[in-house]
Ligand binder design. Structure first.
Ligand SMILES: *[C@@H]1O[C@H](CO)[C@@H](O)[C@H](O)[C@H]1NC(C)=O
Ligand SMILES: *[C@@H]1O[C@H](CO)[C@@H](O)[C@H](O)[C@H]1NC(C)=O
Length: 174
């Protein structure tokens, strides 16, 4: 029993010091997990940090990243389709692109599968599971990878891996 006060003081010391000594916040831990899921380690984790920050949370947010990410996804998909089906009609190509760009059936599904709704930082009034937030975060990942690698094609290949290739038949059936 003599050691109790010492132990208490030691415990208080640990509780006080640990969060500071250990610089990983839940958000940084989530970013580490996300990198494992993506199979990609960022050189500049700040890019992934920004990708996982909604405009409602900070001025430093993923708004522009999500536009770039959507463009990377579309160019990856159209390049892969035209390479595979050189005679694809413009109508069919547009149709496939609209499926891949569809927020409800495509990017929100991919984003939720990655658990982005649990990672993305939003204001307390914003629903992090809404399709707009999840899609924005999902698309932003590919902008972040493109900037980090200096290569949009790399980012497109990560999209294909995560999306599970281009079996668009699945989406066409929806
Ligand atoms: C990322 O870094 C971790 C820890 O250093 C390592 O175990 C893992 O293999 C790396 N992943 C890739 C895809 O490079
Ligand atoms: C947040 O959005 C998701 C997806 O649209 C919805 O299912 C959920 O009910 C919403 N939650 C709240 C608290 O509005």
């Amino acid at each position: 029993m003599r050691s109790t006060p010492t132990f208490t003081i030691f415990a208080i010391f640990l509780i006080t010091i640990l969060p500071h000594a250990h610089s990983s916040s839940p958000f940084s831990t989530a970013l580490e997990t996300l990198q494992k899921q993506l199979g990609y380690n960022f050189t500049s984790v700040s890019l992934l940090r920004r990708a996982m920050t909604h405009a409602s949370f900070s001025q430093e947010n993923n708004k522009a990243f999500s536009i770039v990410g959507a463009t990377i996804i579309e160019s990856t998909v159209s390049f892969n389709l035209i390479s595979k089906y050189i005679d694809i009609s413009a109508k069919e190509l547009n149709h496939k692109l609209s499926l891949i760009s569809n927020v409800d059936s495509s990017c929100a599904v991919d984003g939720i599968n990655l658990g982005l709704h649990k990672v993305v930082r939003v204001s307390s009034k914003t629903n992090s599971s809404s399709t707009a937030v999840v899609c924005g975060a999902f698309r932003s990942i590919f902008a972040a990878i493109a900037i980090d690698t200096g290569n949009p094609c790399n980012a497109g290949n990560f999209f294909l891996n995560i999306h599970g290739g281009l079996d668009l038949g699945v989406y066409a059936a929806m």
